[in-house]
Design a protein around this ligand. Sequence first.
Ligand code: AMP
Ligand code: ZN
Ligand code: FE
Ligand code: FE
Length: 290
Amino acid sequence: MFADLHLHTTFSDGTFTPEEVVSQAQRHGLRALALTDHDTVEGCPRAIAACRTAGIEFITGTELTGEHNNYEIHILGYFVDPLHQRLLSEMAKFQAVRQSRIHEMVAKLNGLGIPLKPESVFALANCHSPGRPHVARALVQAGFCGEMDEAFERFLKRGKPAWVPKFKMSATEAIALIHEAGGLAVMAHPGLNRTDEIIPDLVAAGLDGIECFHTKHSTAISEHYLEIADEHRLLVTGGSDCHGLSKGKPLIGTIKVPYTHVEMMKAKVAERAANGGLLLADGSVSPITS
Ligand code: AMP
Ligand code: ZN
Ligand code: FE
Ligand code: FE
């Protein structure tokens, strides 16, 4: 019994609809899945319905972008309440930041002599949470680049001429927001960022888990983070970070996380809820006192 806890859909920069993700998960025999679209949970209601039909367990999730000591890190929020008011209003702010960033990136491309129109990026993205992959795809579609990687290498990567920094919340704010919405905060793909030195700070801020298994983690990297999880008593998670067909072959099915990790996550959420969900700054739950 396995799970994939890192999946993107058309509600952010993935190319599969929630229903397509669920049918792929079914094809790969997954017992559970989580959607982790950037700055949104909008795909969750449709995924819940499709999972119910497919007999797959669904976990609500999102992927927030945070910053700590000038490092960009991604924080996954699992089991968040998809109707939580402050979570939704904060995510709406970051969606607005993403939309204005598209205009800024397109303006830079125009300055480089590439007549891409923001409307073509928004039409292609067709979601509230657009990102660089949509700009890359628009560049490919209009024939300005041969493939997405070329668009990133020439224009969109950090430091390249059409790159625009993204306003981010602090990682500790992201963790607190996820907790406030009833969820578990998990550091995404630490092996991609190699920012091990900030892990103790994040643990102190209440980090619940770490994504040890990820498509871009070698066996050695996964083992390294399993040790770190053990050292800090963090939950272990994992997922494919599948973006559909936007990066060639879909990655769903390439990472299969043993379901026992999902059970441990559920136990932690349940324990917190049973304790009234009152979280202290260090991520522990305050005992109920009368
Ligand atoms: P953004 O959130 O707009 O900064 O875009 C980040 C997204 O771009 C992440 O989901 C990455 O997976 C994706 N990304 C980064 N580099 C590349 C690349 N070379 N090709 C395709 N997607 C990429
Ligand atoms: Zn993405
Ligand atoms: Fe990420
Ligand atoms: Fe992701």
